[in-house]
Design a protein around this ligand. Structure first.
Ligand code: BDP
Length: 684
């Protein structure tokens, strides 16, 4: 299955003499990785206890006991010295590692086995540079504790959503037609890819929990345990999406009221059973009172009451509950302007700040509406200082081209993580998610049983980038893309690595902005076909119950979310942004229609009018996709033919679809506004 980490990516590692010092499940994984690489490239591996060997690389656990081996002793000494030199008194932690040079030897030191595994993958990324004598010591620790993927995989095939809800990469790697898929080798490969990107947690079933999926918590727990066993050697903990109604659905109780003693007892007992079977089980993921899922509102309770009952059950075992803030009324009346879906998460959750147990992580979609190509950062992330918050991203490209379009999301996620909700220069979203007080980063996965894992081979880069940014949100997304390119197309697998690298950057670096240019303009969002959400459906949701409107008429377009004349959503932000978003004069162009309803002739900061901006960006977007396709064609014969063909095929579809977007959006707004394109281009 073509992905990053082909054997060739290990060439620099595999040609060396390597000593692994330490014991444990994840150390065995390290040993297996280096042994495989050395067998291929002529290197040699020793596992402690071994002494009197000359080595190039030492991977050592510090607590693993003294050994009369000069290399390990040197490694230990260098490690200690380097830590002192880096000098903030911080240790390496459960997942951190140190990389340093001790004379002729490269040394990776960790305090825990997971750190050694991450250190190994760092050496693989560095390739020959890991052996550079001039390399200064580096200490690496993940900024975010939990770096989690949510799989929206159904166990039983859903009549509308199929095996994987919003999946664009074939079937599930975990489940097939109501049963475990049984391909444990594939799950193991997946764990390896994820570990190499930094992911350390995964939920294995859809947040919309139907009956078969609900049973994973009880009768079918063995199926989950089997997955956990396979992922454990890669440092990945398994979590489960559960239904809030489980005490009724599975336990036969009359109620799921979180204040009911029998309900509490049921969760406690059920959870204890889970930990008996899966001692390192991560915890629960819950979508409650959302899009038809059951929740505490049924019993007149709020979401803190609901989350806390599960948290109490998990606490004795060290588990967490990821409780989603995606709660809104999906039966709105489009004629009634008094409700605004963008407000909902804040209205429901901000008042509950401080009431959640410490092992509750409130999981907040990055934007206030729903994973659109462009949204402001959710104000909930700035409104709950006494709650552990995780931001939720969508790696699966539901609204960003469904893995038929190239849409590299790294630059966008980086922007979100660096956003300062209290104003520029202050604390960022990454800070909110970081450390003990933070809830980490979560994303909906984009993988399936497809040959390339992600349908579009280039969509793998989104998965890889997610893990890397969760490990360190300050990483430059362009540099992360470089890593992915080097790991996926190592020199031996391509005729001209420099050309391949440059071309991929040219195609991918700006592809999210390109996608934005030919789809919904200026942050207005949701101009997609209802149901499958692919392709233009400009009025598709305009008169529906879902609360996602653009309000285009003959005079203008956009949603007035100001405090003065609109829904008041802008006032949910801390003062700096509340003020910026409040008026069309200060609102950034790219979010103008998210926050304001403006006339077509409104002049943007860019100097263009809204209507002319719509025309220009849509023409430009399609041209950019045509250029992407031409660039890709220059790689014909340079890389694996199957990868080449798959991407070429998808680029044809992207050109077709982008053209359709352009023509529908431009025509729609031309007909609404009657304003001609000032450059006289053809609009239908
Ligand atoms: C929406 C998806 C829907 C998901 C929902 C969610 O269309 O399939 O169930 O998000 O996040 O965007 O729960």
């Amino acid at each position: 299955h073509a992905a990053w980490l082909p054997p060739e990516a290990f060439r620099a590692l595999g040609a060396r003499r390597i000593l692994v010092h330490g014991h444990g499940l994840l150390v065995d994984t390290v040993l297996a990785e280096v042994s495989r690489a050395c067998a291929r490239y002529g290197g040699r591996v020793w596992h402690s206890p071994s002494w009197d060997v000359d080595v190039d690389l030492v991977l050592a656990l510090r607590g693993a006991g003294e050994l009369p081996n000069p290399a390990v002793e040197a490694a230990r000494a260098v490690g200690e010295a380097a830590l002192v030199e880096i000098g903030d008194g911080e240790t390496l932690g459960d997942e951190g590692f140190l990389l340093a040079r001790a004379g002729e030897v490269t040394v990776v030191v960790a305090d825990a086995p997971a750190g050694l595994l991450y250190g190994l993958f760092h050496v693989v990324r560095l390739c020959a540079a890991a052996y550079d004598p001039a390399r200064p010591p580096e200490r690496h620790r993940p900024a975010l504790h939990r770096r989690m993927l949510n799989h929206w995989d159904n166990v039983a095939v859903h009549p509308v959503m199929g095996q994987v809800e919003r999946g664009y990469a074939g079937g599930s790697i975990f489940w097939c037609a109501g049963r475990p898929r049984g391909d444990l080798a594939r799950i193991r490969d997946y764990g390896r890819l994820l570990a190499a990107s930094g992911v350390n947690a995964i939920s294995v079933n859809n947040v919309n929990v139907a009956r078969t999926e609900a049973l994973l918590l009880t009768d079918r727990l063995g199926d989950v345990a089997e997955i956990a066993d396979v992922l454990r050697p890669y440092g990945i903990r398994v979590h489960l999406s559960v239904t809030f109604a489980a005490p009724v659905v599975l336990g036969g109780l009359a109620t799921a009221d979180p204040m009911d003693e029998a309900v509490r007892a049921w969760w406690a007992t059920t959870t204890r059973n889970v930990y008996e079977r899966i001692p390192d089980f991560g915890g629960y993921v819950v979508k409650a009172d959302s899009e038809g899922q059951p929740g505490p509102f049924t019993y007149g309770r709020d979401h803190a009451d609901g989350a806390n009952v599960l948290a109490e059950a998990l606490a004795p075992h060290g588990g967490v509950v990821h409780w989603r803030a995606f709660v809104y009324n999906h039966h709105q009346d489009w004629r009634d302007r008094s409700t605004d879906r963008a407000r909902a998460a804040y209205d429901h959750f901000a008042p509950l700040d401080g009431r959640f147990h410490t092992n509750v992580v409130v999981q907040v979609k990055f934007g206030p509406v729903d994973f659109q190509t462009r949204e402001p950062v959710s104000p909930v992330l700035a409104a709950m200082p006494a709650t552990r918050l995780a931001m939720e991203l969508q790696v699966t490209q539901e609204y960003t081209g469904q893995q038929r379009h190239v849409c590299h999301l790294g630059p966008w996620w980086s922007e979100l993580l660096r956003f300062g909700p209290w104003g520029p220069g202050g604390r960022t979203i990454a800070d909110v998610a970081t450390g003990e007080a933070g809830g980490g980063l979560v994303a909906v996965a984009n993988t399936g049983d497809d040959l390339f894992w992600t349908g579009h081979p280039l969509a793998q880069a989104n998965l890889y980038t997610f893990g890397r940014l969760a490990w360190d949100p300050r990483l430059d997304p362009t540099a992360v893309l470089d890593e992915w390119i080097a790991l996926t197309f190592p020199p031996s697998a391509t005729a001209d690595p420099e050309l391949v690298g440059r071309t991929l950057h040219e195609i991918m670096d700006d592809s999210w902005r390109t996608y934005e240019r030919y789809t919904a303009p200026l942050g207005v969002g949701f101009m997609v076909n209802p149901g499958d959400h692919y392709g233009p459906g400009i009025d598709g949701y305009e008169y529906t119950r879902w609360g996602t409107y653009h309000f285009a008429d003959r005079d203008g377009v956009g949603v007035d979310r100001s405090r003065a004349s609109g829904t008041g959503f802008a006032a949910q932000y801390p003062p700096y942004w509340a003020q910026v978003y409040e008026s069309p004069e200060s609102c950034p162009d790219e979010l103008l229609l998210f926050f304001h309803h403006v006339p077509y002739e409104h002049v943007l900061h860019s100097g263009s009018t809204v209507i002319q901006h719509i025309y220009d960006t849509h023409f430009a977007g399609v041209e950019e996709v045509a250029v992407m396709r031409r660039r890709w064609q220059t790689l014909n014969g340079m890389i694996d033919a199957a990868v080449y063909e798959r991407v070429a095929e998808r680029l044809d579809e992207q050109v077709r679809s982008a053209t359709e977007w352009r023509d529908q959006v431009n025509t729609y707004f031309f007909r609404k506004s009657g304003v001609p394109d000032e450059r006289g281009r053809r609009i239908y």
